[in-house]
Design a protein around this ligand. Sequence first.
Ligand code: R5P
Length: 298
Amino acid sequence: MNAVVFALPGNAALAAALAERLQIEAGRLTMRRFPDGETYLRFDTPVSGRLVLLASGLHDPDAKTLGLLFAAATARELGATAIGLVAPYLAYMRQDQRFRTGEGITSALFAQLVSRYVDWIVTVDPHLHRWKSLDDIYAIPSSVVAAAPLLADWIRRHVDSPVLIGPDAESEQWVSAVAHLAGAPHVVLEKTRHGDHDVTVSIPDPRLLQHRTPVLIDDIISTASTMIAAIRQVSGHGMPPAVCVGVHAIFAGEAYTELLAAGAAQIVTTNTILHASNGIDINYAIADAVAAFSSGEL
Ligand code: R5P
């Protein structure tokens, strides 16, 4: 079977990297809005009898999901043998329980929806907290690329004598893996979130941070409230300005400039979401995961 990769809007670089690394065709997909806001789409490259890869990061998911599902359904109607979704950032992972009566558990609802349209998913470090695996909510197979080796490599090459700091208990899984690979010590702060933009953190034992360069690590930087609170704690203990490392650069609203203004020495992220802070290219690691996952079909 020969595979073909299509870029959903905004995903040309990812699709090109997949095509180059996997030596498959980069197909043409026209997708645009009608004047009334509805979606028009057309596969300009034939898909019949082929494995179709849809390259579609899912940051800002409400604007992207309908087009993605239309594309998947159309590819299937046109005879694609299988449809793989390559979504470096997987949306809707954080609402993983009913925190207040009546709330929707949108992580599970989104997973059920996507599972109806594609056959498998490759993604990067989904925000697994109460869900232990994507299999808990997705009815289709998935492959998860870990950013930790790339983050560790970047830290080794760019930061002298680092101490890695996870801003909350949820970050422990990422920061401990990166610390192990980077050969650096790490600490995890205690966080309380009072609202979307209102976060407090505390350092359990400041002595662990002495004489080292603080490197804050988190999977998602959204409002940056978590990173900003952590920077304030760290600088309050007389440490040098912190380097901030994130996997997924959401940076909602003015978050990026606010994080710089809070005193970050440097901010670096992977390119799972395109952003000025991207300094770690993860596309080839994603391509390798796609190859391993769909071996024999490429
Ligand atoms: C949540 O626990 C995540 O790991 C991040 O800490 C969180 O999503 C960051 O969000 P924000 O940048 O809005 O504080």
